[in-house]
Design a protein around this ligand. Structure first.
Ligand code: ATP
Ligand code: MG
Ligand code: MG
Length: 462
């Protein structure tokens, strides 16, 4: 009997365990919290990821190790890999844990990325701002997720500049619902209890702690001249840099910072793909994603893009997986603008934008991840019809309207409600875009979630 060890016991581990049951697999999940929701379906080992005795106990009881979240200390993954097979390999995990290493690798592989610069000090922030210009985003290099640990900077309008700059505002040209994220740093106690230990170890601020700026000044402002003034920065730009530094500067020495150009994308896409132990690469149809407040809100598959774009995206994902000798399922997040793709980040695990594969594809991402790490033949990634996944954040709505749909599927992660926490999702599946749009509209209306379904309905009908 094969036992799969999973580091991290959130909903991804839970869905892995559910997918593995028909394959006759056993699981052991390690998490820092006894409340981890995967524990409802798999034996749970509560322990610190840096505790050698706990890791040794874990390693002795499993045949292979994988992850449900990427922020397991890389050295713990390496320690385990000396004792038991670990997939994806700790090197790949390490790259995906650091936005700078990740984006540098993308660039090396010829995968286009938005302009970016490492920021290690206040002076380097000025230099990076001068080089990259606004709008842009300052992000922690490590430990950010769900848009945590980010600070957005945008150009001032002429009036704002005349008024002295540093006014509160919203980023133009992007998801209008996206509230600036910037003020809270990656939480020590995040949506997933398991992240608590890592955050605490690395000295991050607790969840929701406002660092420097208030809610209303989430987006700082930079003057339009920011891209050209290499030495003498206009005063408003300095104010912007000050606000960004006040919010995130304390993280520079702990988890590092990176400044990235803001991409006024037409759409966000993700490649969810797997690579087997034999190097075989298999991707699901491209997925289109919508985020609210930096958190995934809805995913649609197949994305409405042409064949050439799908092939480019899959080519990027394959090169990346080959370069990392990656084994298992991963997601590559992409921005699409004017038909061009820019890579955002790599998630070295099953991914929220692939949840639709449970009902929408011949083989789900969870089953294929298990097949990959165990060296079994992969299942087909072909999809059936069209699928949309809706994330439930904070609390679960009434399941009735989803269950009433012929292609409606409900997933309750068994977590207690908490603001910002992913507590479940629904997938609606249909044979045609029109019938999927109609089903989404009915569910959105019944649940009072018209805003969540609207962009997907528009995309399907557009
Ligand atoms: P997660 O791991 O949960 O996907 P994260 O905290 O690692 O999130 P990102 O994926 O980098 O953060 O950013 C979250 C969202 O913020 C993106 O999906 C996108 O909507 C927006 N965003 C991030 N970076 C940029 C950028 N450079 N230009 C435009 N939008 C961006
Ligand atoms: Mg991320
Ligand atoms: Mg992301």
């Amino acid at each position: 009997m094969t036992t799969v060890g999973i580091l991290g016991g959130g909903q991804l581990a839970r869905m892995l365990a559910l997918a593995g049951a028909p394959l006759g697999l056993r699981f052991l999940v390690m998490d820092t919290s006894a409340e981890a929701c995967a524990g409802q379906f798999a034996p749970l080992l509560v322990g610190d990821y840096r505790d050698e005795a706990a890791l040794a106990d874990f390693a002795a009881r499993v045949d292979v190790v994988t992850f449900d979240f990427e922020n397991v200390p890389a050295e713990s993954a390496r320690w385990l890999s000396d004792r038991v097979p670990v997939f994806p390999n700790p090197g790949a995990l390490g790259v995906a844990q650091d936005r700078l290493a990740e984006k540098s690798l993308f660039r090396e592989l010829g995968i286009p990325v938005p302009p970016f610069a490492d920021v290690a000090s206040r002076q380097e922030l000025d230099a990076a701002l001068a080089q990259i210009g606004a709008p842009c985003i300052l992000k922690t290099r490590r430990l950010g997720y769900d848009g945590k640990g980010q600070f957005r900077l945008r150009p001032l309008s002429g009036d704002e500049a005349a008024a002295g700059g540093a006014a509160a505002g919203r980023m133009p040209g992007a998801d209008a619902d996206t509230r600036g994220v910037a003020t809270s740093v990656a939480p020590a106690e995040g949506p997933e209890s398991r992240s608590g230990h890592v955050g605490a170890t690395q000295g991050l601020e607790p969840a929701g702690r406002t660092v420097g700026a208030t809610e209303g000044t989430t987006y700082a402002e930079a003057s339009a001249g920011a891209g050209t003034a290499a030495t003498a920065m206009p005063a408003p730009v300095q104010q912007v840099a000050d606000a960004a530094w006040a919010a995130l500067g304390s993280q520079a020495g702990r988890v590092g910072l990176i400044l990235e150009s803001f991409v006024p994308f037409d759409r966000e896409l993700s490649v969810v793909a797997m690579r087997g132990r034999d190097g075989g690469f298999h991707a699901w149809p491209l997925t289109e994603n919508w985020h609210v407040d930096g958190v995934l809100s809805a995913s649609l598959a197949p994305a409405r893009v042409d064949r050439a774009l799908v092939e480019t995206a899959h080519g990027h994902a394959r090169r990346l997986a080959d370069a990392l000798d990656y084994v298992g399922v991963f997601a590559l997040e992409l921005f699409c603008r004017d038909g061009e793709l820019l890579a955002n980040e790599l998630a070295p695990r099953v991914h929220n934008s692939g949840h639709w594969t449970i009902e929408g594809a011949e083989t789900s991402q969870f089953e294929n991840h298990l097949r990959a790490v165990l060296g079994l033949a992969p299942g087909a990634t072909a999809m059936r019809g069209h699928a949309c996944m809706l994330n439930w954040i904070g609390e679960l709505p009434d399941p009735g309207p989803v269950l009433a749909e012929p292609g409606g599927h409900w997933h309750d992660y068994g977590k207690s409600p908490r603001p910002g926490r992913k507590v479940g999702h629904a997938t609606l599946r249909a044979e045609t875009p029109e019938t999927l749009a109609a089903a989404l509209q009915r569910v959105g209306d019944a649940l009072g979630r018209q805003a969540q379904v609207a962009p997907v309905v528009a995309a399907l009908r557009g």
